[in-house]
Write a protein that binds this ligand. Sequence first.
Ligand SMILES: [Zn+2]
Length: 78
Amino acid sequence: MKLLIYVAVLILGVWLWRAHRQPPSKGQPPVPGKSKSGALPHEMVACRACAMHIPAAEAVVGKLGSYCCAEHMNHSES
Ligand SMILES: [Zn+2]
């Protein structure tokens, strides 16, 4: 009976170790966009004027939202 417990603990340990390692062979599908923190390097935002998607780092941020260029921000917010 002791042997069964040892084997169970061993299997549990290996399973936990493998789950913690996350082997790359069985990867999960990539999670799109804004599911995690806002610090993603290539987060995309849509221009409120023309709906074009641009990287958040390059977006022009106005009072109402993000825009692809200052011209669209002025057009939408004035
Ligand atoms: Zn635009």
